[in-house]
Design a protein around this ligand. Sequence first.
Ligand code: TEU
Ligand code: CA
Length: 542
Amino acid sequence: MDKNRKDWWKEAVIYQIYPKSFQDTNGDGFGDLPGIIEHLDYLQNLGVDAIWLSPIYASPQKDNGYDISDYQAIDPRFGTMEDFERLVSEADKRGISIIMDLVLNHTSDQHKWFQEARKSKDNPYHDYYVWRDGEEGTPPNEMQAVFGGPAWTYVPELGQYYFNIFSPYQPDLNWDNPKVRQELYDMIRFWKDKGVGGFRLDVIDMVGKEPDKQIASNGSRLHEYIQELSSEVFQDGNLVTVGETPGVTVETARKFSNPDGSEFSMVFQFEHMGIDQEDDKEKWDLKPLDLRELKQIMARWQEGLEGTGWNSLYLDNHDQPRIVSRWGNDGQYRTESAKMLATMLYGMKGTPYIYQGEELGMTNIELPIDQYDDLEIRNVYEERLKSGYSEDQVMESIYAKGRDNARTPMQWTDGTNAGFTDGTPWLPVNPNYVEINAEAEVADPASVYNYYKKLIALRREYKVFETGTFRLVEPYSEELFAYTRDSDKDGHLLVVCNFSDHHQDMPRIELFEGQEVLISNYEDPIGRLRPYEARIVYVPAD
Ligand code: TEU
Ligand code: CA
C-alpha cells in the first residue's frame, strides 16, 4: 500500500472500530484506547489499511459519543491524549492510518458553546445554534427528531426553541454562522496535527439545513459549505474523507466524491440499507429482502459512479444490524453465508469497510428490553407501545433492526465475557461467543476471518478489483447475485453469489469457462453452486 499515492484509499480496506465495545483493559466494562493498541497486530494480520474510530471525544454518552461536549479532549472512559498519540504511532508502525469521526452537525447539550448559548439571546455563543422565538407548546413547525419527539426543544428562560434533528441532547450547530465553521476548521487542524490519516463525517449532508422550510438535509448551501470545509482543511496531504450522507443519490454522490477532490473522497449511501423496510415507512416496519432490488441498487451505484466518483462499500456498521443475521443465514449456513456476503461486496469497485466483528461472522442478539442501551431503541419501544403495537411486534422490530445488535462487545476468546472485559460489560456479550470468537477463527484456516483476510489479499494482488468496470449478470434472478468486472489492462472477474439455501446453476459465460477460481467458500468449487456458495473467477488480460 503506497500511502504516498494521493488516492491511496482506492486500493484500501478500512476497518471500523466502535471503541466502547472493542476491548476493555481497566475493568470498567467499557472499551478503551489501550485495548485497541493491544489488537493492532490482529488488524495488521487481517490486512486492513486504516481504522475508522467512532467518536472518542469527551461526551455524556447520551448517543454513545455522537453527542460531543469537547471536540479536542479524549473522554477519560477511553483513556488519555497520550494513549491516543500512542495509538496513532503504533498503528503507523503497522502501516495503518487512523480515521477520526467528525460530528459537525450538532454538539452535546453539555458542550460549553451550548451552555453559553442558552444563557441569553445576546450571549456571543447564542448564534452558534439554531433558535426561534415561540410560545411553550407551539414549536415553529412539525419537524420530528430522528430519535423520536419534536425537533424543537423549548427553553423557557429565553422564550425560544432550539433545533435538534436527532435528540434534545444534540442541539444542531448553525453552519450559517461563519464563526461556527471557523471553530470547526480549527478543531480539524488540531487532529490533523496529531497525524490522523482521514475523517468520517457524521450526517454531513445535514449541515446545510433550512429548518424554516422543514429541510433537514441537502439544503441550498450544503455544497458551498462542504467545498469550503474541503478547501480549508482536507486538500493538503493525502487524507481520506468519507461523508455519511443519508439523503444522497447517485447524482449528488458525483458532486460529493468528485475526482477533482473539491469535496470528499467518497460518501456512505443508504439506499441498499433501506430495502427491507416497507416503502415510505420506518426501518422498524419490516419486509423481506428482495434480492433483485438489492442488485438493481448496487448496479446503479457501481455504474453511476464509474469514472465520475467513488463508492464506499459496506453492509455493516454501528447503526445497522449484523448482516449475516439480516440477509444471510445465521443458523445452519452462518459461515458460508457470511463469506458469501463478503464476496458480493469485496468483488465490487470501491473502498470496502469492515465493521468490527463482521470478519468473524458475529450475529444479532435478542435481549430483554431493559438491557438495551440505545436511546433510539428505548424511544421506539415507548412510542410504538403507546401507538398500539403489541409488545411482540415491537420486540420483533428491535431484534431485527436495533442498533445494539452491532454494539455488543467484540468476541475475542471463549473465556469470560469473550475476553472483552474482566468487569461487567456495558452491554451484554452475545452468548454465542463460545463458538464465534477471534482466537478460534484466527487459528482456523476455514474461518470467516481467514476468508476476509484472503479477500483483502486478492484485492491487493489483482488490480482489476480496483479498475474493472461492473456489469450485472442474470439481473432477473431472485436468488443469484452475479456480476463481472472488466479491464482491458488488468483482466476480468466473474463474481457469483448464491443467496439461497439450495443449489443454483453457475452462469455460463464463455470467457470464464474453466478459468481459475481465485476464491470460494466451499472446497472444490466446480459444477452447480451449493447453498450460499460464492466464487470469484479470474481471467488475465489478453
Ligand atoms: O447516524 C445518522 C443516521 O443516518 C441515523 O439516522 C442512523 O441511520 C440511524 O441511527 C439508524 O436508525 C449518525 C451516526 O452514525 C449515529 O450513530 C448517530 O446516532 C447519528 O448520526 C447522530 O449523530
Ligand atoms: Ca475500559
